[in-house]
Design a protein around this ligand. Structure first.
Ligand SMILES: *[C@@H]1O[C@H](CO)[C@@H](O)[C@H](O)[C@H]1NC(C)=O
Ligand SMILES: *[C@@H]1O[C@H](CO)[C@@H](O)[C@H](O)[C@H]1NC(C)=O
Ligand SMILES: *[C@@H]1O[C@H](CO)[C@@H](O)[C@H](O)[C@H]1NC(C)=O
Length: 299
């Protein structure tokens, strides 16, 4: 019956009568909807989320968006953003196998410069060996609506959500959202950074942990999916620095064992370097410290 019904629609009849099984009669008054609403409602019910959304968090004045949904139609796709819940995409065609899928489930905030800048919706339908994910940017606008969509990387989507709720300059600050206890911890972290007791990298790490404790970021169990995003560079450089520090400590430990046993630990490689450079180790360390600072500055 549906087939017959859709065929009729395609013929652009403004009003028609579909006789199904030769008995039941149905009158279609609005051909523009093409009966898609019903069809896609049925499809959306069939979408299976891999995970459940994170709890509602962040600026309290945005919590009222929970439970609402916003549509955006581009070309043959209809995108639906349900803040603190999900993002879905539905292909608007009559093909029997039209694509309909989940582009992400509410996961965590994107925080930059101590400001909420976007909502990460992750663990959507699979796409090769990873899962689709979407970053929803929050920008000031006169009414709440989706204003653009793009796919900056394969299966990583970017939506722009306009809303008057974020127009005030303080509306997206992280600090006021935190409990008194966490604000105090943050103050201490700032102090430690000011006194140069911690590096920029250490500062960023402590803040990230604080945001996780506040429920604004999800603790990274799904490293894999995170690595597939923009944080890939940060993760691997971070990882690289950590590994380097571990290796350095291990070399130091082994060297001291060798020294204790009166065994020379100069390797051929070291000697070659020694010839060209009278004092390589302080220089090397200085260079590496410089690099670490540079990485932290980039973040
Ligand atoms: C998406 O979120 C809306 C609004 O909360 C909900 O009604 C719908 O069932 C969700 N869909 C999926 C596939 O999770
Ligand atoms: C970070 O935020 C502060 C205050 O919110 C602002 O003054 C500053 O320009 C921002 N810096 C960057 C790099 O965005
Ligand atoms: C290492 O060498 C020093 C002097 O060269 C010697 O006094 C010491 O006994 C040696 N230790 C071992 C463990 O061979």
């Amino acid at each position: 019956m549906k087939c017959e019904y859709l065929k009729w629609c395609l013929l652009c009849l403004t009003a028609l009568v579909v006789v199904s099984s030769g008995r039941k009669m149905k009158i279609v008054e609005e051909p523009n909807t093409f009966g898609l609403n019903n069809q896609f409602a049925a499809q959306s019910d069939r979408l299976q989320a891999k995970i459940s959304p994170s709890p509602v968090s962040g600026p309290p004045h945005l919590h009222r968006l929970a439970g609402k949904c916003y549509n955006y139609i581009e070309a043959t796709y209809k995108y639906v953003f349900c803040p603190f819940h999900n993002v879905t995409q539905r292909e608007q065609t009559f093909r029997w196998n039209a694509y309909s899928g989940i582009l992400g489930i509410w996961h965590e905030w994107e925080i930059q410069n101590n400001t909420f800048t976007g909502m990460w919706m992750r663990e959507g339908d699979s796409c090769g060996n990873k899962n689709r994910q979407t970053k929803v940017l929050l920008v000031c606008g006169s009414s709440s609506k989706l204003s653009s969509v793009s796919e900056p990387q394969t299966c990583v989507y970017s939506l722009t959500f306009e809303t008057p709720l974020v127009c005030h300059s303080h509306s997206l600050l992280v600090y006021p959202v935190l409990s008194e206890k966490l604000q105090k911890e943050w103050d201490e972290i700032e102090q430690a950074r000011y006194e140069e007791l911690i590096t920029d990298q250490g500062y960023n790490k402590l803040l990230k942990e604080l945001f996780e404790e506040a429920g604004l970021l999800r603790r990274s169990q799904q490293q894999k999916s995170e690595q597939s995003t923009t944080s890939l560079t940060h993760h691997s450089l971070d990882q690289c620095t950590q590994d380097f520090d571990k290796q350095k400590a291990e070399i130091k430990r082994l060297r001291s064992i060798l020294t204790q046993h009166n065994i020379s630990c100069d390797t051929t490689a070291d000697r070659t370097q020694d010839q060209g450079n009278p004092d390589p180790s302080p220089l090397q360390e200085q260079h590496l410290r410089g690099d670490t600072g540079f990485i932290a500055d980039l973040n």
